[in-house]
Design a protein around this ligand. Sequence first.
Ligand code: ATP
Ligand code: MG
Length: 419
Amino acid sequence: MIKAITGTKDILPIDIPKWKYLESIVESTMKTFNYKEIRTPIFEETALFSRGIGESTDIVSKEMYSFVDRSGTSVTLKPEMTASTVRAFMEHSLGKQQGLNKLYYVSPMFRQERPQAGRYRQFHQFGAEALGSHEPLIDAEMIILAHRIISRLGLNNIEIKINSLGIPESREKYKIILKEFIKPHFEKLTEDSRKRFDTNILRIFDSKADNDQQIMKDAPLLIDHLDEESLKHFETVKQILDKAKIKYDVDPKLVRGLDYYTHTTFEILSSSVGAQSALCGGGRYNLLAEQLGGNPTPAIGFAAGIERILLACENEKSLNLPEDNIDLYIVRMDKELTAEAYELSVIFRNENINVELDYLSRSVKAQMREANKLNAKFVLLIGGDEYAQKKLVLKNMETSEQIFFDINDLISIKEKIIN
Ligand code: ATP
Ligand code: MG
C-alpha cells in the first residue's frame, strides 16, 4: 500500500476542530490589529528563495524542495512566506497604494528536514509581515501580536527572547572582532561551525554542540558593538514592550538563521514541547526588498509553527473546545419510509439545520445509538402508530421531552429545534 511521504502528516477529521479554532484565533487577532490576509502560490521560482533567504542558510543550502518543471524552470515549494510576500508586495506595487502594508497569512510550508517530533517536511505556519515602516513601534507590535495569539490559545509556559542585530555597517565591524576571537579556537569547532566561520559567522552562536557553546560562551557580543542609532531603536522597542506589560529576556546570542535580518529579532519558546521548542521567530528585514531588486523597504515579520503550537496546547491542555454535535437525527422506524425520511432531511438542511440520518438500513435501536454518538440535540421519529395518525415525534435528547407535531407542520418543528 502507498503511504504518505515521510515527514508529511494527514490532518484527520478528529483533529480539524483544533486547527479551525487556532485559525479562528489567528484571524480574529489579526483583525484586531488590522492585518489583511495575503495568499501566494505554493511554489515560486527557486531564485526568489535562494536570493531572498540567503545561500548560506540551512533552508537554502539543504532543506528546499526544488525541482525543474517541464518547461525547464527551477521551482521551489515555499519554505517560508517572507520572500513570497515581499515578491507579491513589489509585483503589485502595494507600497504605492499604502504607506504601511500590514499583511498576514496561514499556509503550508515545505522543508526537507530530518523528521522528528515538531519537525516535519510539510508543516504549517501563520505569520505577519509589515512593510513600509522604520518605526520601532512596529517591531514592538509584531512581538505583541505574536504574543497575543499565543496567549489567547491559553499557553503559559512561554518565554520571549529578543535581540538586536543592528545595521550592516556595525555588524560588519563586529564580525571582524568576532573572527579574531574565534580564530585561535577554529580547529576545535564542529564542521558545521567551521563552515559558518566564512559564510555566516554569527550563526556559530546557533550551534547546539557543547564544545561550540563552550567556546562561544566568552565571545564578544554584537549588542556591545551596536551603533548609537540601533541602540536607540532597540531601547524604544523594549520600552513599548514594557508599557504593554510583555515579559521578555534580551538574549545577545539570539542571531536567527536568515541573512536578511536587521535590528530587532525575536523568538517565542515553549517549555511544553520538548527539544523543538521554538514556537515562533521573527525580525526586521530592512534589506530584503532591495536584495530582491525592489525599492528599499523597511519591513518586519514573524512566522509561527502551527504543529508545534498545537502540540504545546495539547501538552498544557489549554484548549477547551466544545464537543461536536448535530441539531437533528431523523430516525426512520419503517424501512418503507426511507424516501420520506430523506425528503425531511432535505427540507431541514435547506433551513440550515444540520441533520443526519441512517444510510445503512440500521434498526431503530441502532439509529438511536448513532444519534447519541453524534450528540444529536433532537431526534425526529418517523413511523409507527404516530405516523399512521399523521404525526411526527420530536424528542429532545437532553430532557427526553417528546412533542408531537402534525406531519405538515414542519415550521413548528424547525422553531423548536432552533430555539
Ligand atoms: P528551527 O530552529 O526549529 O529549525 P527555524 O529557525 O528553521 O526553526 P523559522 O524559519 O523561524 O524556523 O520558522 C518559524 C517557526 O516555524 C519555527 O519557530 C517553528 O515553530 C516552525 N517550524 C520551522 N521549521 C519547521 C518544521 N520543519 N516543522 C514544523 N515546524 C517548523
Ligand atoms: Mg530550521
